[in-house]
Design a protein around this ligand. Structure first.
Ligand code: ACM
Ligand code: ZN
Length: 469
């Protein structure tokens, strides 16, 4: 028995075996195969061949082969694997704003994710607690926006300066590293909320124009970007120009989550814009703002993503791809069935900042990107899936890896799309994947930690919640 994660679409075993002695695997391209489709064949006579619809597809064949070789040593059962993913968008998000992670750490994670056939790395680079990319034309963003006076997350109360940002050269290096593994970076600048670090650097970006400190605690903050001032757009376009120079990928994320509108209601510039466009409420103002920014990015050829919160303004452009993380089911159904493209996630299933006690591996595994009641159009709207790790409570590499792995394997399996009914196969495959974790020095959770028993779940949940106070 060979166990692969994510499970391939179709595997046929034959009687004989092949003795593999490290010779080069023959690979070729076949344009009749899909962009991510490959056929991996092992025969006793001819050894191993991989045929792919593209270089990327061949790479996926090689990833599958690596897992086979890790299990069979050099005796490989003759077999034919015919494989392609169900979903084109298979993504993981890492919040590098609340805590900063080195390039080496991100590389270890990306390399592991690539072997699980993820193809998008959503890089959350800005938030209230830090702005983490170098922007040459607005240098205070990285010089000042990347520094906070302490870290006060739950019981952690550190009063030492915390800082860090990625230079252009480092971000380009990351783009190259990911591209070599067929992963596109989807950069995120979170607007108009979660923007305190930007406002600290340039107070003129906010309605009140006052200097504020970079936040040191978790929260949803009222100080947001002013939607009505030309300065906001002028600055944002400069930032986007520089981000687009660094990140060549097709997709771009502009956030839009958790935006308290109170300061907009007292701002003459915001109110003027509302009047000018005859807007009825502040959700529509957010949508108008995000539409403008999306227009700018679309002119540069980007497909633009927002968190599902931004859909509260019904005037949000229908070219926006919605990343679903927390929404009433009937809303999600409505906009997916209506044809809005969706990247599916869920706070209770694919958010890996919560402990295994709250989000066990099996629970992640059971999450389906198709909701009950989704019609054919709704299902066609699902581009794929994303798992997220927010890092207020995750400050070390070991903790980050532990929270991600192996729960990311479950999302990989669902997003690739096969073998979903066989959890036992999946767990065997994850165990068989452990040498790859080891090779990349990934601190994955051990099998006994994956699915805590009920009492442990309660205890772990209480411990986590207690730590937040
Ligand atoms: C989010 O978790 N605020 C997108
Ligand atoms: Zn304003």
């Amino acid at each position: 028995m060979i166990n692969i994660v994510p499970a391939p679409k179709k595997t046929t075993f034959f009687q004989r075996e092949y003795m593999y002695n490290g010779e080069t695997v023959r690979t070729s391209l076949d344009v009749l195969l899909g962009e991510e489709e490959y056929i991996l064949e092992v025969t006793a006579e001819d050894g191993i061949t991989i045929i792919g619809g593209s270089e990327r597809a061949v790479f996926y064949g090689e990833c599958t082969l690596e897992q086979i070789l890790k299990q069979g040593k050099n005796r490989i059962r003759a077999m034919k694997i015919e494989d392609e993913p169900k979903f084109a968008y298979r993504s993981f998000m890492i919040d590098c704003a609340r805590h900063f992670f080195s390039l080496d750490e991100l590389k270890a994670i990306v390399d592991t994710m690539a072997k699980l056939k993820f193809n998008k790395f959503h890089w959350h680079l800005t938030d209230d607690q830090g702005f983490r990319m170098q922007i040459t034309s607005l240098p205070k963003l990285h010089q000042e926006g990347s520094v906070r006076s302490g870290s006060h997350f739950g019981r952690v109360k550190l009063n030492s300066k915390y800082e860090g940002y990625y230079t252009k050269e480092q971000m380009r290096e990351m783009v190259r590293f990911c591209a070599e593994r067929y992963i596109d970076i989807v950069p995120e600048i979170d607007i108009p909320g979660h923007a305190t670090a930007m406002i600290h650097a340039y107070p003129e970006l906010s309605c009140r124009g006052r200097k504020v400190p970079v936040e040191t605690k978790q929260g949803i903050y009222k100080n947001i970007l002013c939607a009505g001032s030309d300065t906001t757009y002028e600055y944002l376009y400069k930032i986007l120009d520089e981000m687009c120079e660094v990140f060549p990928g097709e997709y771009f994320h502009i956030g839009g989550d958790e935006v308290p509108k109170e300061y907009w209601t007292h701002c003459s510039q915001c109110k003027n814009l509302m009047r000018e466009y005859s807007l009825e409420n502040y959700e529509q103002l957010q949508a108008l703002m995000m539409n403008r920014v999306a227009d700018y990015l679309e002119r540069k050829g980007k497909k633009v993503i927002c968190w599902n919160d931004a859909l509260k303004g019904e005037n949000l452009k229908n070219t926006f791809i919605a990343e679903r993380w927390m929404d009433r089911k009937k809303h999600t159904l409505h906009w997916a069935n209506d044809g809005r493209k969706v990247i599916m996630g869920d706070f209770y299933h694919t958010y890996f900042d919560y402990p295994y006690a709250m989000t066990p591996l099996k629970k992640v595994y059971d999450f389906s990107p198709y909701l009950k009641g989704m019609d054919i159009r709704g299902k066609e709207s699902i581009l794929g899936m994303e798992c997220c790790v927010w890092t207020e409570y995750i400050s070390t590499n070991a903790a980050l890896e532990y929270m991600l792995f192996p729960r990311a394997c479950a999302v990989a399996q669902t997003a690739w799309g096969y073998g979903r009914e066989d959890y036992a196969y999946f767990t065997q495959a994850v165990k068989a994947f452990h040498p790859i974790f080891k090779q990349n020095r990934i601190n994955a959770a051990t099998p006994k930690e994956w699915n805590p028993l009920p009492l442990k779940r309660i205890g772990g949940t209480l411990k986590f919640l207690n730590n937040l106070r």
